[in-house]
Design a protein around this ligand. Structure first.
Ligand code: AR6
Length: 186
């Protein structure tokens, strides 16, 4: 079923909103991190600022256990002071022109985040538009990969998730995802 900015896949609602992901009250929010997991700019910086030091502390413990996080993988920490209880940190690909496996790595970042959320029994998750800021992935292409990855996952895996929200920061991102969602369902 599709109505404008949302679609239902199995028992899970996929929704698009424009806003700030740090304000979301979903069970988890996803961070577009880098392999160091030590914070950065963009949405990563905003999440660490809003969530406080407990997030970075847990990231340090993870890095001391597993080392740097590979592109396309995901790990989970506390949400610290955020409304969301958990943060799922994933690393999207840097855009190099499209011939270096960027689409598959971006799809993997979404898939691994969804798997982790399901394994923790979470009911709701919010994603930013991974890789489309500092990492330079073109917005329309990223929107297509993101929606395709999420919808394919929800069609093929059993999941605890009842809601997946894309929190798009500006009108350009929101419009790109809306256009792709419409194309997807037609
Ligand atoms: N809520 C939702 N979306 C946001 C917010 C927010 N508060 N702030 C920015 N965005 P980016 P990347 C959007 O650069 O491209 C960091 O330094 C933004 O408009 O945050 O995956 C990391 O440490 C854009 O559309 O992530 C890495 O080094 C999207 O989030 C690197 O940047 C992603 O932009 C990761 O780059």
């Amino acid at each position: 079923m599709c109505a404008g900015n949302e679609v239902t896949v199995g028992r899970t609602r996929v929704r698009l909103i424009q806003g700030d992901i740090t304000k979301q009250a979903t069970d988890a929010i996803v961070n577009a991190a880098n392999p160091s997991l030590m914070g950065g700019g963009g949405v990563d910086g905003a999440i660490h600022r809003a969530g406080g030091p407990a997030i970075l502390q847990e990231c340090r413990q993870i890095v001391s256990r597993i080392g740097r996080l590979d592109t396309g993988k995901a790990v989970i920490t506390t949400g610290g002071n955020l409304r969301a209880r958990r943060v799922i940190h994933t690393v999207g690909p840097v855009w190099h022109g499209g011939n270096r496996g960027e689409a598959e790595l971006l799809a993997s970042a979404y898939r691994e985040s969804l798997k982790l959320a399901s394994n923790h029994g979470l009911k709701s998750i919010a994603f930013p538009s991974i890789s489309t800021g500092a990492y330079g992935y073109p917005m329309a292409g990223a929107a297509k990969v993101a929606l395709e990855a999420v919808i394919t996952f929800l069609r093929s895996e059993s999941t605890s998730l009842e809601e997946v929200v894309f929190v798009l920061y500006d009108a350009k991102a929101y419009q790109a995802y809306s256009a792709e969602l419409a194309g997807f369902m037609s």
